[in-house]
Design a binder for this molecule. Structure first.
Ligand code: ADP
Length: 183
């Protein structure tokens, strides 16, 4: 059996990279990050510059939202990257890519990506965490769709994201309390 020798890697930080579009970040993502922080010393939320995907928020806007949300959590680092994920990961001391799974429909894409990343770098592994029952139906895409039509997304994304969505879609932003879309 292969066992780690005493002293070996004991003081090495356990770092995971959580890559994605985060356009915008939702409580589904936040739940994964918080649970991962129970396992890893550090989680790097890495926002991908993806020219192929049309995004609602710029990378800078997405970085600002994630940074603000995790401002009191020093072990959650926020960054962005261009190009291949494996090249970005190689510049950090992470050994693990973290991804969330919501439904079997996520599985095939994630399986292909994890296999491709492993073939590009055999030292890298992808770890999947199951969504929580409260957020299995939450995706950035549906949040944007619902918000663009004036639907309520409170409770599914942080208040800061609710405000940013309203600003993007030019919907009224409540001054004190978020009490709905018609205030
Ligand atoms: P991408 O654009 O790479 O699919 P996303 O920003 O949509 O990235 O999501 C990043 C990761 O978080 C993905 O692994 C995705 O499956 C996962 N994720 C998104 N929403 C949820 C959720 N509600 N519960 C659990 N995981 C989620």
């Amino acid at each position: 059996m292969l066992r780690r020798k005493k002293g070996e890697n004991e003081d090495m930080e356990k770092v995971a990279i959580y890559p994605g579009s985060f356009d915008p970040i939702t409580y589904g993502h936040i739940d994964i990050i918080e649970r991962a922080l129970e396992i890893f010393d550090k989680v790097i939320v890495a926002i991908a510059h993806n020219a192929e995907k049309r995004s609602l928020f710029t990378v800078e806007e997405r970085l600002e939202m994630v940074r603000t949300i995790f401002k009191d959590t020093p072990n959650a680092i926020t960054d962005s990257f261009k190009g291949l994920l494996v090249d970005y990961v190689a510049k950090t001391n992470a050994k693990v890519i973290l991804r969330g799974l919501r439904a079997t429909s996520d599985f095939e894409y994630e399986f292909h990506m994890a296999s491709m990343n492993r073939s590009l770098n055999t030292h890298l592994d992808t770890l999947f965490m199951m969504t929580s029952k409260d957020y299995f139906f939450v995706s950035s895409r549906t949040i944007k769709e619902v918000a663009s039509l004036g639907g309520a997304v409170e409770g599914l994304v942080p208040d800061l994201v609710v405000r940013r969505l309203k600003e993007k879609f030019k919907l009224p932003v409540a001054k004190k309390k978020q009490i709905g879309w018609d205030d």
